[in-house]
Write a protein that binds this ligand. Structure first.
Ligand code: MG
Length: 265
């Protein structure tokens, strides 16, 4: 019995040392055999069985993971509303055609009804025909995390513009590490991993936002630390906020979207 109690206490030791969310830090930089007080540790000392991670079925093809919140599945805009001035909160003014969500130019941005902070966001989009437009006027839209931090959407097919405003940029802050755009008219995929900024109860910035963006399977932003919001004019800045909607920009061109889902983290 005494041995059993001893073994049980060894099993609980990591949780006691590292709280309710044990990590594998114990094997990093501190040789267990030489760390003070670890002389009698066994392999069991650094293994735990609870809590069990939730089981999630991965998505296949266009199907999202089993625990994702589907924001657009090709049928309707029930998860979205207008984000534009006087019509904010009213039904989203964009259209659904052939399973695609299309911007109706100059009707304004739309936003999710649900609020988010840290998240994994999957979104596919397609530039409209280039026509005579160039630079920032060709296929411009954007994904705004927490309604304030833009990952640029732009037609990147032979369309020069300032690089910190090109497709895949964090608008006016940083260019993408590489240009992963394919061709005008082809679907593009963004997988965005977002860590929201943290603010103290006094409203001071405690930790800036961090973003990773994968464009068509290629990392184009790698844990970039944001300087703040992404204004067209002026410098980035942080204003304290909590959870907020995901917003999609209307910049006057008919960008299309499909397969939008999100996993709050
Ligand atoms: Mg934009």
């Amino acid at each position: 019995m005494r041995n059993l109690i001893f073994l049980c206490s060894l099993c609980l030791l990591p949780a006691a040392l590292y709280g309710q969310q044990p990590t594998n830090k114990m094997t990093r930089g501190i040789p267990a055999a030489t760390a003070p007080g670890t002389e009698n540790w066994s392999p069991l000392s650094t293994e735990w069985y609870q809590p069990q991670p939730a089981k999630v079925t991965p998505g296949t093809g266009t199907k999202p993971p089993s625990d994702a919140i589907v924001l657009f599945d090709g049928t309707d805009l029930s998860k979205w509303e207008s984000a534009s001035g006087r019509t904010a909160g009213e039904p989203a003014p964009w259209k659904v055609e052939n399973g695609e969500l299309k911007i109706v130019p100059r009707t304004g941005a739309i936003r999710t009804k649900q609020y988010f902070a840290d998240c994994q966001l999957h979104i596919e989009w397609k530039s409209p025909p280039a026509e005579r437009h160039n630079g920032q006027n060709r296929g411009n839209s954007g994904v705004f995390l927490q309604s304030a931090y833009e990952v640029q959407i732009l037609d990147g097919d032979d369309n020069p513009t300032y690089v910190n405003g090109m497709v895949g940029s964090i608008y006016k802050q940083v260019a993408p590490m590489v240009d992963a755009y394919t061709k005008n008219g082809e679907w593009q995929t963004y997988d965005i991993y977002w860590k929201a900024p943290r603010f103290t109860t006094n409203g001071e910035l405690e930790a800036p936002a961090i973003i990773t963006v994968v464009h068509n399977g290629i990392v184009i932003q790698n844990n970039y630390i944001l300087k703040g919001t992404t204004p067209y004019v002026g410098l980035p800045n942080y204003q304290p906020h909590g959870m907020l909607p995901i917003e999609l920009q209307d910049h006057g061109t008919e960008v299309a979207f499909r397969n939008i889902w999100i996993r709050p983290l």
